[in-house]
Ligand binder design. Structure first.
Ligand SMILES: [Cu+2]
Length: 144
């Protein structure tokens, strides 16, 4: 019985796990510069995110992750897929363009670490020299 249950569980996970593509752009269709698209995604545990180097000279690096979660960092101009197993909110940046607010938020399931996120956001916002206000704008999407 246990085996059957496990098989169904695995089958379910295999079928339902989704991959979300996030493009790394110099400029988007609205004229926004140095931007992840979409910059906020809400996914479920077991889903993955693929960073796509649509334009050159970008990569993605996590800054804040839920407790016990793995940090992630892609390589310059390379496509990279990361699976998210831990629930919570992940903040990430494109290191060379963090000052230009090339930043993003991934929410996995519930916002278990919202206190840490709310604490980190104003500090990160102060590091933005241009395109200010993006952290705040993206954080409005976080579902509590
Ligand atoms: Cu960049």
């Amino acid at each position: 019985m246990k085996k059957i249950f496990m098989a169904i569980f695995l089958f379910h996970t295999f079928i339902l796990a989704k991959d979300y593509e996030i493009k790394m752009l110099d400029i988007d269709k609205d004229g926004k510069t140095m931007v992840f698209e979409p910059a906020y995604v809400h996914i479920e545990q077991g889903d993955s995110v693929t960073f796509v180097p649509t334009h050159k000279s970008h990569w993605a690096k996590s800054l804040v992750v839920p407790e016990g979660a793995e940090k992630f960092e892609s390589k310059l101009d390379e496509k990279a897929t990361f699976v998210f197993e831990k629930e919570g909110v992940y903040l990430y940046v494109c290191p060379p363009h963090q000052m230009m607010s090339m930043v993003g938020i991934i929410q996995v399931g519930r916002a278990t670490n919202i206190d840490k996120i709310e604490d980190a956001l104003p500090k990160l916002e102060r590091k933005s020299m241009s395109n200010k206000g993006r952290w705040e704008e993206y954080a409005k999407h976080i579902v509590q």
